[in-house]
Design a protein around this ligand. Structure first.
Ligand SMILES: [Fe+2]
Length: 336
């Protein structure tokens, strides 16, 4: 049963909404002001919010802004119910993330149409979210198969998000980077253990098989609409700044920034973790390795940002006293 939260400071308006929605089978939750509305959302997330705009204390614009600024609510549809018909008000509401409008006085048919449509859309979004969850679960299985731990992909994702934030990327891009940090190696699910876990160097043929994890990952992610934003990350996380990476040999600014960000965080975490085929490096050695690869393997600006903002490396570069903004972890320096 869909749960609808109706917010209005006028009890009569809430009664009217309740009467109109009584035949729909929705579970209706009522709130008399913005504060009650935010509490109700925190207590049990609704599937739709019908939100009055003009209310004392906190108006509907502010309630909408607060709802939408929580990433957990980004798919929760919010309909502003308003007698304000000025274009500026509607533009402002859209900028704050409102999904739709209903004009007062409320027309029953219009209300029903909006509610049914938005709840159906939310169901679709919820399914897409489930697809992301399935991908993340697969990525963690792959990581375990690769001899790492579930925490590795989480650390890469958090580090990549922090580096993206330092680079000034938008929230939407940061969400994609976080998810990309988790699933970038999902294609390893299609690589044989004899290759994935081989101690020592790989033969030419084995390198070729290992590299296929990129195209396999792209194939998996391309099937899922909700995962399309991470396809460039999966596809290009083994490109190099000097153009000697794979699969496309992109160079410099042609390497998608999100893929380069994940590559740097993944490399650092890999180098500082034990794998079946090699031992972990110290943090200082891994940083030295990042510096060596700056301008050849990795974008020097992003390596600089990673060291100064994510690792919080001191200016005098005393590597024995590095403090981590993000917990360190595992993966490989773009090798495999
Ligand atoms: Fe990879």
């Amino acid at each position: 049963m869909a749960r609808v939260l109706a917010v209005d400071d006028q009890p009569l308006n809430l009664e009217l909404l309740a009467a109109y929605l009584s035949g729909t089978g929705c579970d209706l939750v009522l709130a008399n002001n913005g504060f009650e509305a935010l509490d109700a959302i925190a207590a049990g997330r609704p599937d739709l919010v019908l939100l009055d705009v003009v209310m004392p204390g906190m108006d509907g614009f502010e309630v909408c802004r607060r709802i939408k600024s929580d990433p957990a609510n980004r798919l929760l549809p919010v309909v502003l119910v308003t007698s304000l018909n000025r274009v500026e008000d509607r533009v402002r509401a859209l900028q704050l993330g409102a999904d739709d409008f209903l004009s007062k006085p409320i027309d029953r048919n219009e209300l029903m149409a909006r509610v049914v449509t938005l709840i159906k859309t939310k169901e679709v979004y919820d399914k897409l979210d489930d697809a992301e969850h399935v991908m993340a679960a697969f990525a963690k299985i792959v990581e375990a198969k690769d001899g790492g731990t579930e925490a590795h992909v989480e650390r890469v994702a958090r580090g990549a998000r922090a580096l993206g934030e330092a680079a000034g990327l938008t929230e939407i891009a940061l969400d994609a980077i976080y998810f990309g940090g988790i699933v970038h190696d999902i294609g390893k699910i299609g690589v044989a253990d004899s290759v994935l876990l081989k101690p020592g160097p790989l033969s030419g043929r084995e390198v070729e098989l290992m590299r296929r994890h990129v195209s396999i990952g792209v194939e998996i992610a391309s099937q899922l609409r909700s995962a399309c934003s991470v396809v460039p990350i999966i596809k290009h996380h083994h490109e190099r700044f000097d153009g000697n990476g794979y699969p496309d040999g992109l160079a410099g600014g042609h390497v998608p920034q999100a893929a380069m960000i994940v590559s740097i965080c993944d490399a650092y975490d890999a180098m500082t973790s034990d794998r079946p085929y090699r031992h972990a490096m110290s943090s200082a050695d891994a940083i030295a390795e990042l510096r060596r690869g700056s301008g050849t393997q990795w974008d020097p600006d992003l390596v600089g940002l990673f060291l100064s903002r994510v690792m919080q490396e001191p200016a005098d570069a005393d590597l024995s006293r590095i403090s981590l903004a993000v917990p360190a972890g595992s993966h490989n320096p773009g090798g495999r």
